[in-house]
Design a protein around this ligand. Structure first.
Ligand code: PLP
Length: 470
């Protein structure tokens, strides 16, 4: 492909992108293909000779597009959002064109220095105090892994990387059952072991870790000769939006001298609105915090803001070079690959810069406030529907409900069928989860392009399809 052809296709794809987004409401939100259909449509062997772009693009529309679940659809109410706004797409395009490797300051000074500035813009945006610096990770999973590795190394007095875990005292990490499964995986990968991830019971409507139970579990472990390493708290857990009492958790962490990591992967974006910051009151006392602009800030995947109080500890844990005697950042040079597990790094800061400048904080705050308001309106409408009950009240824009008409013999199957029929219908997309063993329907609003009418249509669809279940 020569550059003239590249330029023609660039224009054509840009027009395609516009049409795609302007007509996206006409598409079913969830892909309606059968498993294997895309795989089977692709030849078994690679092409020996080149193909014209025209044919490739025709195949893209024929084979790929039917197999896409439209995450940018305004009526995507499943999981959590993964938003991509036009300025974010344009920034990604530029980053793709330049394709820099941003592992060291030297390999991309602009990306490195913009990353430092953007992390600080995000820190201010969500109201974290000045003592935090940070890094852009690919995902919250990576940030949590980095936090677990850091708490492991601190608890082992920096012996783990060098000596391995055999012969070291067993470490213990504490969290509730409401945290994301990325915590479990971080514990596995860090070699701490699932059996040493201690689940603390939750209490109250926010399903917060019980601080007294947390304190008691740590005290009992110490008495038993085990080594507590750290605590992982959540603000806006994935299933129900659970929020730990961060201030009370900090009290326990500080009492025992433990590292505290806060996972606010989804809810962290809402902290750009000062009125929601009560949800993570005390967060400034944590050792590290992660939130994903790639979820709810219109900055497309991947972009995870990982804030740390003591970057030297993170670098001492992850830097390949034994750099722990250096003061990072003080000489103006930061090598962000030393703050993360992968060496190679994308230029992620550019899309933050574009998005924050195009919308300003006020534009993004308005979007999030709308989502929260519309979700709460829908929650009230569903509460008023005969046969429906609200299982968890809205946390920001997430709530759970259940269809349980009188006399329903098997409510779990009924709700599973409701979700499947809704998603087969295609006008909206949502998912299920379990609360106290019951299968319930999960609903969140978070799409950049969503309108109040889109959310109201959800009510119509849910009511209509439930009625059809008999
Ligand atoms: N933490 C929470 C609370 C989440 O909801 C998710 C994903 O939805 C994650 C962590 C993992 O995020 P990522 O895909 O960025 O690793």
């Amino acid at each position: 492909m020569d550059w003239a052809e590249f330029s023609r296709w660039g224009t054509r794809l840009s027009n395609w992108a516009r049409t795609y987004h302007e007509t996206i409401r006409t598409r079913p939100v969830r892909a309606q293909v059968a498993p294997g259909s895309v795989h089977n449509a692709l030849p078994e062997t690679p092409p020996a000779t080149g193909t014209q772009m025209e044919a490739i693009f025709a195949d893209f529309e024929r084979i790929v597009m039917p197999g896409i679940t439209h995450w940018q659809h305004p009526r995507f109410f499943a999981y959590f959002p993964a938003n991509a706004t036009p300025p974010s797409m344009l920034a990604e395009y530029l980053a793709t064109v330049i394709a820099p490797q941003c592992m060291l300051w030297q390999t991309s000074p602009a990306a490195t220095e913009m990353e430092t500035r953007m992390i600080d813009w995000l820190r201010q945006s969500v109201g974290l105090p000045k003592g935090f610096s940070g890094v852009i990770q690919d995902s919250a999973s990576s940030a949590t892994l980095a936090a677990v590795l850091t708490m492991r190394e601190k608890a082992l007095n920096w012996r783990g990387n060098q000596q391995g875990l055999a012969g070291q005292p067993p470490l213990r990490v504490y969290c509730s059952a409401e945290v994301h499964t990325s915590v479990d995986r971080a514990i596995w990968v860090a070699g701490i072991g699932q059996d040493n991830l201690v689940r603390i019971p939750t209490t109250g409507p926010t399903r917060a870790m019980d601080p007294a139970a947390l304190d008691a579990a740590i005290t009992a472990d110490i008495a038993a000769g085990l080594t507590p390493a750290g605590i992982i708290a959540c603000t806006g857990g994935t299933g129900t939006g659970a929020c730990d009492d961060i201030a009370a958790t900090c009290d326990v962490a500080e009492k025992h001298g433990l590292y505290l990591h806060v996972d606010a992967a989804w809810a962290g974006a809402a902290m750009i609105c000062p009125e929601f910051r009560t949800l993570w009151h005390g967060v400034g006392r944590a050792d590290s915090v992660v939130f994903n602009p790639h979820k709810w800030l219109g900055i497309q995947f991947d972009c995870s803001a990982h804030f740390v109080k003591t970057p030297d500890d993170l670098v001492r844990t992850l830097a390949i070079q034994p750099e722990f005697l250096r003061t990072h950042g003080k000489d103006g040079i930061v090598n962000y690959s030393e703050w993360s597990v992968p060496l190679g790094r994308r230029f992620r800061a550019l899309k933050i810069w574009f998005v924050l400048r195009i919308y300003g904080l006020e534009g993004l705050q308005q979007m999030i406030r709308n989502h929260v308001t519309w979700s709460q309106e829908l929650c009230e409408d569903i509460r008023a529907l005969p046969g429906f009950e609200i299982v968890t009240e809205p946390v920001l824009s997430l709530f759970l409900f259940r269809y349980a008409p009188k006399g329903a013999k098997d409510p779990d199957t009924l709700n599973q069928t409701l979700v499947e029929r809704i998603n087969d219908d295609g006008r909206i997309y949502l998912t299920q989860t379990r609360v106290n063993g019951d299968l319930v329907v999960r609903f969140q609003v978070g799409q950049v392009a969503a309108t109040r009418e889109d959310v109201r249509l959800a009510l119509e669809v849910i009511e209509e399809i439930a009625a059809g279940l008999g």
